[in-house]
Design a binder for this molecule. Structure first.
Ligand SMILES: *Cc1c(COP(=O)(O)O)cnc(C)c1O
Length: 372
């Protein structure tokens, strides 16, 4: 059947609300390179997410933010420390950012029953002397584990950068909690809960570190036209910053709308006895609604039942990065726990303006899984 309900339908601010910001560009003629709109966006986001100024720099994407944070914090690999430890259960961007900074990804399995890497769960046989970097992930917008990973970093001397791409709302709910000695990268992609179309940011307690991150994203240049460190072009344009500013102007209304969607999902799930099976905000970001099946077979039956009703589903992280063709071809080993977990978790359609009748349809199809 034709898909009538996509898994995610982004909704960025209406063009009318972006225009007042864009109108400043004609006279100013500053279009990028951390212009006034990007600076304004940084200042507003820093207060919202960290509770104080000078804690955040914007980036052209979440991947650029990760790459810049890696270069600013760990630098390019030195000596034998060429490996970046990465949980397999993430989006491929985590691995590509590490590779762009010169590291070879070493994918790590999850502890049974967990869906994220924690310092206490690391496998005992890690090649610790070869690790130049650890890249934990806050899955689906959970709160990054700043305290745990800062302690790990202090104890081992191994630099950590957290991929918290989807965690905008978790940070907003507890300003400052994610800010510490470990830089945190956010994505503002159109599919995330706060968006500039394409964009991202690094959040970090280290002010000099943030200058280095901005430097990395500006070809290694800062204050002068001289390239003094490894870099690339990772800057957020003024056009994208304008979208972010317009979004923040409507933030309260949008958060309220998303709460209503989650509440509707919860109610519909309860009506079908599936409340325990759904993962919804505030536990995860509002750009996701996840169904947690009993087994891979149960998840497959759910996806088929939904597909028959024209409803799209998605494994947002595939079966893990290590299972993607490109990484398998480069020799990534299978990760049994990751693959077991990934096969059980499926993304259901969600949108800020998804109709209650569509949510009801989704739950009906879920409840009917395996009935054919
Ligand atoms: C979205 C996402 C990214 C990539 O962000 P972009 O802005 O698309 O570069 C990286 N990691 C995770 C976990 C994500 O969900």
């Amino acid at each position: 059947m034709k898909t009538t309900l996509p898994v995610y339908r982004p909704l960025l601010p209406p063009v009318q609300s972006i225009l007042p910001y864009l109108a400043q560009l004609d006279s100013r003629r500053v279009y990028t390179n951390r212009g006034p709109l990007a600076e304004q966006l940084e200042a507003r986001l820093a207060v919202l997410l960290a509770g104080r100024a000078d804690t955040l720099v914007t980036a052209a994407s979440g991947t650029a933010a990760l790459q810049a944070a890696i270069l600013a914090h760990a630098g390019r690999p030195r000596g034998r420390r060429t490996l970046a430890l990465i949980p397999g259960y993430t989006f491929v961007a985590t691995a590509f950012a590490a590779m762009a900074a010169g590291y070879e990804p070493l994918f790590c399995d999850l502890a049974p029953g967990s869906w994220r890497l924690r310092p206490d769960d690391l496998p005992p046989d890690l090649p610790t002397s070869r690790l130049g970097l650890v890249l934990p992930v806050a899955p689906f917008g959970e709160m990054p584990l700043q305290r745990d990973w800062s302690a790990f970093q202090a104890r081992t001397g191994i630099k950590v950068v957290i991929d918290a791409a989807a965690s905008f709302e978790a940070l907003l709910a507890a300003p400052g909690e994610a800010v510490g000695a470990v830089p945190v990268a956010l994505s503002f992609h159109a599919t995330k809960s706060f968006s500039t179309g394409e964009g991202g940011a690094v959040l970090w307690a280290d002010r000099d570190g943030l200058v280095r991150a901005a430097q990395a994203m500006n070809f290694g240049m800062v204050y002068t036209r001289e390239s003094r460190a490894a870099g690339f072009n990772g800057k957020l344009s003024e056009y994208h910053a304008a979208i972010g500013l317009a979004w923040l102007d409507g933030l309260d209304r949008r958060i309220a709308a998303r709460r209503r969607v989650a509440a509707r999902y919860r109610k519909a799930a309860a009506a079908h006895g599936l409340a325990e099976r759904l993962l919804l905000p505030p536990a995860i970001a509002s750009c996701y609604a996840l169904f947690r099946a009993d087994s891979g077979a149960d998840a497959a039956a759910a996806s088929e039942s939904l597909a028959r009703a024209g409803i799209e589903t998605r494994r947002w992280y595939g079966l893990g990065v290590q299972a993607e063709a490109y990484f398998r071809a480069r020799g990534a080993a299978p990760l049994p726990e990751t693959e077991r977990l990934a096969a059980r978790i499926i993304g259901l359609p969600v949108a800020e303006d998804i109709a209650a009748s569509d949510i009801a349809r989704i739950l009906r199809a879920l409840a009917a899984r395996g009935a054919q």
